[in-house]
Design a protein around this ligand. Structure first.
Ligand code: A3P
Length: 310
């Protein structure tokens, strides 16, 4: 039997093959991971060393990761990119500017050397809180977490999986699996709860944001994010309209119309597949009333007494 902690990179393949699977997903420590990213999950857990100054952006898939990457990058680097006409977001997809630890940097045989990244390092990952390496849990690094109402998250996930060919299931089958917790980096509710519960005790370290709130009041939340990250907007920056500028630069309309996001690719994936509608409530066009009620019931129970909205 392969002991996880003692695995060498050569043995990851055997370990991953020993996990329960369904379709494109493998079950590991209570969560379902795309099998093709399992190596990254294992390697990140084993090797990533957090720095106290790190900023980690954590999300389940399809809750607005691309958007938040753009926002955090723009906020943190705003002093270097005052001229928005030359901003890196105009020519780079946000996933290039803020790399995934699990999906990209660690998802290969060699352990990456991340010590050369300038501080503060900004990385993202889809791992649930409970599975983060101890070095992250023990460090003072800041974590920004984003989640979204489960109905839009599911509908977004379905379209995405279809588009990139990562499912052979029908819409209904994918829905049933989602309700059973079998979805990319799911169960979705356990993912959200893992960060939410931790943030209640560690509000200085973990900031939980909701897609719908970010969408409704981007300026308020951009300010909150900058304060949380220890780089609040100065009154001069506010007067100059910098918060609105960043908000507009990162908006769905703006990013999705850029050439790089219309025709470019990132890690073999078409950037355009990351931009669909970018709206709240699009689920009404896809879920039957029965499906909607089923999700309501699940999340009512799972989030009961937690303060989480769904
Ligand atoms: P929809 O499929 O509902 O349109 P992720 O980045 O985590 O993969 O999430 C993708 C979802 O975020 C998609 O939702 C996508 O359209 C939406 N999205 C992408 N960029 C956005 C932006 N700048 N603002 C708001 N939503 C955005």
């Amino acid at each position: 039997h392969l002991q996880e902690d003692e695995l060498t990179p050569d043995q990851y393949g055997d370990f991953i093959s020993s996990l329960p699977t369904t379709g494109f997903l493998s079950q590991y420590r209570g969560f379902w991971f795309p099998t093709k990213f399992m190596q990254g999950v294992l390697s990140l857990r084993k090797h990533f060393q957090a720095h106290d100054t790190d900023i980690l952006m954590m999300t389940p898939p399809k809750v607005g990761t691309t958007w938040l990457k753009a926002i955090l990058f723009a906020i943190l680097n705003r002093k270097h990119h005052l001229d928005l006409q030359k901003h890196p977001l105009l020519t780079n997809n946000p996933h290039i500017l803020v790399p995934y630890l699990d999906l990209h940097l660690y998802n290969k045989k060699e352990v990456p050397d991340l010590t050369t990244y300038p501080s503060p390092r900004l990385f993202s990952a889809h791992l649930p809180y409970t599975l983060l390496p101890t070095s992250v849990k023990n460090s003072k690094c800041k974590i920004v977490y984003l989640y979204r109402n489960p109905k839009d998250t599911f509908v977004s996930l379905w379209h995405f999986l279809e588009k990139i060919g990562m499912t052979t299931d029908s819409f209904e089958e994918t829905f049933d699996k989602f309700c059973q917790g079998v979805s990319n980096f799911g169960p979705y509710w356990d993912h959200v709860l893992s960060y939410w519960n931790e943030s209640l005790e560690k509000s200085q370290r973990i900031l939980c944001l909701r897609y719908e709130e970010l969408k409704e009041q981007p300026t308020t939340h951009l300010k909150r994010i900058a304060e949380f990250l220890g780089c609040p907007f100065s009154s001069e920056e506010e007067t100059k309209g910098m918060i609105n500028d960043i908000s507009r630069l990162c908006s769905f309309d703006y990013l999705s119309k850029l050439e790089v996001n219309k025709s470019g690719t990132t890690h073999n994936m078409k950037n355009e597949s990351l931009f669909r509608r970018g709206e709240v409530g699009d689920w009404v066009n896809y879920l039957t009333p029965q499906m909607s009620e089923k999700l309501d019931n699940i999340f009512k129970e799972k989030f009961h007494g937690t303060g989480l909205k769904f």
